[in-house]
Ligand binder design. Sequence first.
Ligand code: ADP
Ligand code: AMP
Length: 214
Amino acid sequence: MILILLGAPGAGKGTQAQRLQDKHGLVQLSTGDMLRAAVAEGTEIGLKAKSVMDRGELVSDDIMTGIISARLDQSDCKNGAILDGFPRTEAQAEALDSMLTEKNLSLDAVIEMKTDDEVLVERVTGRYTCANCGAGYHDSFLKPAKEGVCDKCGGTEFTRRSDDTAETVKSRLQAYHNQTAPLLPYYRGKGILKQVDGMAEIDEVTRQIEALLN
Ligand code: ADP
Ligand code: AMP
């Protein structure tokens, strides 16, 4: 199964993708995580991407489609993948269609996580991640059971993203509305667009996604 989670920054794509991955054996393919790894490793792509990401703009379509195409060929994707953060432009969506046809794969569903812009700054600025296993948390909305200890791996170190600031969220939201939201009519036209209420609490969003998949 290939699934796309589509939504604004902070809509909850990564949170729900982690849950789907754990429950359904699908692999979460977060292009943001892949770029952050490339930045940390200092690869050529990382060097190109860093300043673009810091400005809250989009990395080039060629780079992104190349990354996703190579990743889908890896063996852990054989049971399916959840695309989290890709595609983000119409050119990426068209490139995805062609690459899936070439790879003999099909897109099963695109799930829009609908949110109001007003909640996103608080979601994004309160976000943090376990440095060991990558589990996601929030200062107010998703705390670990024991403060300072990751529920999943027991890790005690956490990181925050350098682009998760109130200023950058504004540019990222602009990029979402201008470049990514046009994908909604694109996928609606193909009859595969579904929606969940991204404003609901996290467990309720999970329930809505599971209901769509069953
Ligand atoms: P995205 O991957 O779409 O950018 P995340 O899944 O990282 O968003 O969520 C952003 C932050 O908001 C995280 O800290 C997460 O814990 C929190 N969050 C996710 N979904 C919800 C929700 N439905 N209600 C409240 N907070 C949420
Ligand atoms: P994310 O982790 O999804 O919030 O992405 C973080 C940043 O990485 C974005 O603000 C973009 O600069 C970049 N990025 C991630 N995915 C893509 C993509 N599919 N196309 C272009 N840029 C991307």
